[in-house]
Design a protein. Structure first.
Length: 297
């Protein structure tokens, strides 16, 4: 059973540092004035689903810096793995030739050779998965920085718009009070009869002010809106292909190209157990040519 104390430490370390988060938010507040024209104005009645789905994809220098740093670190992880495991990769290539020769050329299955080859490939896959987990952690950290950045941009822009709306409302109310004061002075000077107002008309302005929606309704940054999100490319999903391409994107081979020994050996390794179960009892092993003349003891 896993104790709770064993989870709290890694969870705390997985969070973004205070200094890093503060720097990202500061950059967001500094970039917010320039990004304000690109962000849509939320309606006073509340942001609908359509308004949040039409948000633009923005790439700022901070986003480019964060993406480039994360991808550089991920590339270094992969190159370090290939460098440290180069001897294991060479052995896998050599053993792949033996497995293909044994199974395809000689047509003599050798469980011992395949088991030895499976141990090599299993060790490689385990190391590659550890490297992939570290690379995914780096991308998650970069996305946390981007989330802090865009949260600051979103909050700064809408706070500034709300402040401008509040000041406009104060100016409008001050103008209404000034006009009412001028009208009262004019009536007092000319002694104009007061205009009769019904109770409903007298309460209409107050009711209109009370029913006016506040701007803006507070809405957090949409979770799906994270421009510049960092993700691992498709090559990280096929770590076995690194044995052939060295981590570079694999290209489609021409139709008449031969299957590499590593690819064929991996296919034999992955399908051998299924083949044995599907075919039922294995066929008797063919005798070597040197043993054809020997009698059965």
């Amino acid at each position: 059973m896993i104790a709770t104390d064993q989870i709290r430490g890694p969870a705390r370390r997985a969070r973004l540092g205070r200094v890093t988060a503060a720097r990202a938010r500061r950059r967001g507040r500094l970039d917010a004035p320039g990004l304000r024209p690109l962000l849509p104005v939320l309606p006073a009645s509340g942001p609908g689903p359509g308004a949040l789905l039409d948000l633009p994809e923005i790439v700022t220098p901070f986003v480019m810096e964060t993406r480039a740093g994360a991808l550089r670190a991920v590339g270094q992880l992969r190159s370090r793995l290939l460098r440290d495991e180069r001897r294991a990769i060479i052995r896998i290539h050599a053993e792949s030739v033996r497995v293909v020769t044994q199974y395809d050329v000689r047509d003599e299955p050798s469980p011992a050779a395949l088991a030895r080859y499976g141990a090599m490939v299993g060790a490689w896959r385990a190391d590659a998965e550890v490297c992939r987990a570290r690379a995914a952690a780096l991308t998650h950290e970069a996305n946390q920085r981007l989330a802090c950045y865009w949260d600051a941009v979103w909050l700064t822009v809408h706070t500034a718009r709300a402040e401008e709306h509040r000041r406009a409302e104060e100016r409008r109310r001050a103008e209404l009070r000034r006009r009412e004061a001028e009208l009262r002075r004019a009536r007092q000077q000319h002694r104009l009869p007061p205009v009769g107002r019904t109770p409903e008309a007298a309460g209409a302005p107050a009711r209109a002010e009370r029913d006016r929606p506040a701007y803006p309704p507070f809405a957090a940054r949409p979770a799906h809106w994270l421009p510049g999100r960092v993700t691992l490319d498709d090559t990280w999903d096929e770590v076995d292909a690194w044995l052939l391409t060295g981590g570079a994107p694999a290209q489609d081979p021409p139709p008449d190209a031969r299957t590499p020994a590593v690819a064929r050996a991996l296919e034999i390794l992955d399908t051998q157990s299924h083949r044995g179960r599907a075919g039922g009892p294995s066929a008797p092993r063919p005798r070597h040519a040197a043993d054809q003349g020997r009698g059965t003891p």
